[in-house]
Design a protein around this ligand. Structure first.
Ligand SMILES: Nc1nc2c(ncn2[C@@H]2O[C@H](COP(=O)(O)OP(=O)(O)OP(=O)(O)O)[C@@H](O)[C@H]2O)c(=O)[nH]1
Ligand SMILES: [Mg+2]
Length: 391
């Protein structure tokens, strides 16, 4: 095979503290801006300045030409190393802006992939990230070829059509291989599902936006020490443990990967086998961070509902857990509670333990009947594949 490599404007980025100095370009909306900053931080970059613009889908650079000139000056003044645009960019937009500003340019999806990359620890999580990455790269590489054939050479330095063809076939082959490995892992999970179904133990899953406190509650309930952190996407691996909410009432409790707004479908697809855990749950504890402003709560709740819909999850299985009430004044809590009028809710603090006794009772009420038998709603596909299963 040719050893020519595709030179991408979206190179894999370096992680960790002391990372690159970056400029962030995002939308003029406090929620969106905060979240984008959280992503930049989670990826280990040093945010030097933030620029906002209403439209990030201008044809040439994503941002408008006037803004691009502003960015170019800022880059020079602040001696930054990278520009991050909080939107999806095409190969040519990223290439044009990189060329114009003399900076490495990455988009929101590449940023999320970089965080995923740094967090993936298990083989399956790594495969899922790889699949998402290939799904991200293939269409962009294709576009880069089109530009290069027009003589613009967007990243295909010196590659002839034949070499490009080989490169594509290699990427496709790699994708097929990753998909096959993931399919094998999925099949193994199915075997666990069958054995777990035989045990007839209800399966309870924690779901919700990243940083809502899923792992904190999980650790409290099952006496674990999994990493909890204000950083986004701390958990990328599903862990399941046996848990007795009340004496003699055993369930399986699972902690999963968090959601984020504007998560592209192909990323949800790539993480399907992890997220699929949720479709086997008899009860889903949908965690909400109530310490946030009402608008953020609404957006995050909607995003979470959308992901659950994409996974064809029956809303009947939801129990909305309003977390972090230790940070919320009582009068504000009432107002926030009213956002979920049509759903069953419970207010807790995973950190202080407030409300968690009541939550234990509610869990039992939802998954056991009065005689102590499990009363799962959907017994056809029930329980998660494995105890301690990695993604
Ligand atoms: N004050 C307060 N902080 C909390 C509470 N629950 C969680 N936190 C904090 O919120 C941050 C995020 O908590 P995690 O448990 O890591 O959140 P997560 O939902 O697992 O996040 P991801 O793994 O990124 O999806 C951590 O800094 C926790 O200490 C709570 O009830 N009160
Ligand atoms: Mg977590």
């Amino acid at each position: 095979m040719s050893n020519t490599t595709i030179e991408k404007p979206y190179k894999k980025t370096s992680m960790g503290s002391g990372g690159k100095k970056v400029i962030l370009i995002t939308y003029p909306n406090p929620f969106v801006e905060e979240e984008a900053k959280g992503l930049v931080e989670a990826a280990g970059y040093r945010l030097v300045d933030t620029i906002t613009q209403k439209k990030l889908s201008h044809q040439q650079y994503g941002i408008g030409t006037g803004k691009a000139a502003e960015v170019r000056d800022l880059v020079e003044e602040k001696k930054t190393q990278m520009v991050i645009i909080d939107e999806r960019l095409s190969s040519s937009q990223a290439h044009n802006l990189a060329k114009f500003t003399h900076q490495e340019v990455i988009d929101r999806e590449r940023l999320i992939l970089d965080i995923f990359n740094s967090r993936a620890t298990t083989t399956e999580a790594k495969l899922q990230v790889k699949l998402a990455e290939l799904k991200y790269e293939i269409p962009r590489a294709r576009e880069a070829v089109r530009i290069s054939l027009k003589g613009e050479q967007a990243g295909f330095m010196g590659m002839g059509e034949y070499a490009v063809d080989i490169k594509f076939r290699a990427l496709k082959k790699q994708m097929a291989l990753v998909q096959k490995k993931l399919e094998d892992a999925r099949r193994r999970r199915q075997l666990f599902i069958t054995s777990r179904t035989r045990l007839n133990i209800p399966f309870v899953s924690l779901a919700g936006y990243t940083s809502s406190g899923k792992t904190t509650l999980f650790n409290r309930f099952v006496s674990e020490t999994k990493e909890e952190s204000p950083s986004l996407f701390t958990t990328l691996t599903t862990t399941t443990r046996g848990f007795e909410p009340l004496e003699g009432k055993k369930v399986l409790l699972s902690d999963t990967v968090g959601f984020i707004s504007r998560l592209p479908t192909y990323m949800v697809e790539a993480f399907k086998s992890t997220l699929e855990e949720l479709s086997y749950a008899d009860l889903i504890l949908l965690m909400i961070d109530t310490s946030e402003p009402t608008e953020s709560i609404q957006i995050k709740f909607q995003s979470s509902r959308q992901v659950l819909e994409q996974l064809h999850i029956n809303p009947v299985k939801l129990l909305v857990v309003l977390n972090k009430i230790d940070l919320v004044p009582r009068d504000q809590l009432q107002e926030k509670l009213s956002l979920f009028r049509d759903l069953q809710t419970i207010s807790i603090s995973a950190k202080t333990g407030e409300g968690t006794k009541k939550l234990r009772v509610l869990i039992c009420e939802r998954v056991f009947d009065l005689h102590g038998e499990s009363q799962v709603i959907d017994t056809a596909v029930k329980a998660s594949p494995s105890i301690d299963s990695a993604v």
